[in-house]
Design a protein around this ligand. Structure first.
Ligand code: ADP
Length: 477
């Protein structure tokens, strides 16, 4: 009952059949009325003509005279042609002429005759006997109210009734045929009209069954095309997500396998050597321990990334002093910078307070500063600066390190992506730092830009809104 198809069929049938029934009903009954009226009208004019003749001749005085004979012939003629009976009754209610010829001389006292004698003409149609009776008073000269006689004409109108019944039957047959055609047409039309919906429905079903590669295509209505576009966009996004998920799983497995492979090689080679010296054990075990550290670093970065990737519901937003937050982070990384004689300078242009998740944003800031130190040269410098306007705060981390080639710049935010694998490994990098940073910044509706020239250095600029909004906001650029 609730289906669109059922409704289309229902309304088509309702309008089609109801209008058809009404039209055919009106047509049949008006045809019957028109034919009957025209018959009664022509009989009335004949009757009037006869009444005039009766009045203007000596018919009533001399019913056997030649003029009267002529009128009687006309009376019989009309009665014959129209399958009826014409009776002339005089002032005393005596029948002086009967086209059936068997009641002449009798007296007839009937309501209609009395009324006729009072000058009232009348027409009566009897629907059960299918007959019409016309009473016409025979009066004197025009305008005179004196009635000399009454003309009673009764006619059979069975033929008109039969004709109307035939027309009615034909029209019923036509309505039935039309109804059948209409039902078939309604089924076909509704089928055709709902086809795009069925297509979209089956596409969505196959999507629900897990066939992500299918593209929804209805070739349907403008309104549906919008739905289709929305589904396809969602589908494309799902496909990208699915691909990236698969890629991530494969990358994770690969990354986790590398230290394990090294550990296996190191321990196997130790086992293969009989009576290996204690120093060798120590050396190999140190390498093994390093690989274990690396494995645990990857796992801990992965956990951080997964946590950062979870929905923004988990953000613990609080009004935070950003200057202090940066200083805390700088204190944490300063020892690493000092080890390599890297000059770490912080410049703040104003006091900034913003609504952020302090722990998560710390991850992002540390990661940027650590990278600036890691991918730097000894005796290099790192310049961190903070500024703000009425909407955002800007954190710039500049270094004069190795820089990033132009073609690599768009990839560095991808998980596990490292420009120089060996260097990253040396510095304990997992290739996840910038992915975590980007995730955190996106959760804060901010963006992160990189500007870099190989051999000259890199500049990372993070822009974060001062006031946190749950929806909308910028994108990572
Ligand atoms: P990693 O753990 O390897 O540092 P990241 O995701 O933090 O991973 O960085 C990805 C890659 O981007 C790094 O391997 C490095 O090649 C490059 N990179 C990041 N920051 C800098 C920088 N300040 N200068 C030069 N290269 C950088």
């Amino acid at each position: 009952m609730g289906s669109l198809r059922f409704r289309i069929i229902f309304y088509l049938l309702l309008f089609g059949l109801v209008s058809n029934l009404i039209l055919s009903g009106v047509f049949v009954s008006s045809q019957y009325d028109r034919t009957l009226n025209s018959r009664v009208n022509s009989l009335t004019s004949y009757g009037q003509m006869l009444a005039n003749s009766v009045a203007s001749t000596g018919y009533l005085n001399d019913p056997t005279g030649s003029e009267a004979q002529l009128i009687n012939t006309q009376i019989s003629l009309i009665a014959d042609i129209y399958d009826g009976r014409v009776v002339v009754v005089d002032r005393n209610c005596k029948i002086i002429e009967d086209s059936y010829n068997f009641e002449e001389g009798k007296t007839i006292i009937a309501d209609r005759v009395i009324r006729g004698l009072r000058g009232e003409s009348s027409t009566q149609v009897n629907e059960t006997t299918h007959s019409a009776e016309i009473v016409i008073p025979v009066t004197g000269a025009a305008g005179s109210s004196e009635v000399y006689a009454v003309l009673i004409m009764s006619f059979n109108v069975e033929d008109i009734f039969t004709l109307s019944e035939t027309t009615q039957n034909q029209s019923r047959l036509l309505v039935t045929i039309f109804a059948l055609v209409m039902i078939i047409a309604a089924i076909l039309i509704s089928r055709h009209l709902t086809r795009p919906f069925r297509k979209i429905q089956s596409s969505i079903k196959s999507l629900a069954d897990g066939y992500l590669q299918e593209n929804v295509n209805t070739n349907g209505y403008t309104e549906l095309i919008e739905v289709q576009e929305a589904i396809n966009t969602m589908l494309r996004r799902l496909k990208v997500q699915e691909e990236s998920r698969q890629q991530f799983v494969s990358d994770v497995s690969h990354e986790l396998k590398t230290p394990i492979t090294s550990i296996k090689v190191l321990s196997d080679s130790l086992l293969a050597q009989e009576d290996a010296p204690a120093e060798m054990y120590r050396e190999f075990l140190m390498d093994i321990s390093q690989e274990i550290d690396r494995e645990s670093q990857i796992i801990s970065d992965l956990l951080t990334l997964v946590r950062a990737d979870r929905n923004t519901e988990e953000l613990k937003i609080a009004d935070t002093n950003i200057n202090e937050l940066i200083e805390q982070n700088l204190r944490r990384v300063r020892p690493i910078a000092e080890q390599r004689h890297i000059d770490l300078v912080y410049e703040s242009f104003r006091d900034v307070r913003a609504q952020v998740d302090e722990t998560k944003l710390s991850l992002a800031i540390t990661s940027l500063i650590e990278n600036a130190i890691k991918y730097n040269q000894d005796d290099g410098w790192v310049h961190v600066s903070l500024n703000a306007d009425h909407q955002y705060f800007y954190l710039k981390v500049e270094d004069n390190g190795v820089g990033i080639p132009e073609e690599e710049q768009e990839h560095i935010f991808e998980r596990f992506y490292r420009v120089d694998k060996a260097r990253s490994r040396e510095t304990g990098g997992t290739g996840l730092g910038l992915s975590i940073t980007r995730s955190v910044i996106m959760m804060h509706k901010g963006n992160l830009k990189v500007y870099s020239r190989p051999g000259e250095g890199s500049t990372f600029t993070m822009r974060i809104p001062l006031y946190y909004r749950k929806s909308g906001g910028g994108r990572d650029e």
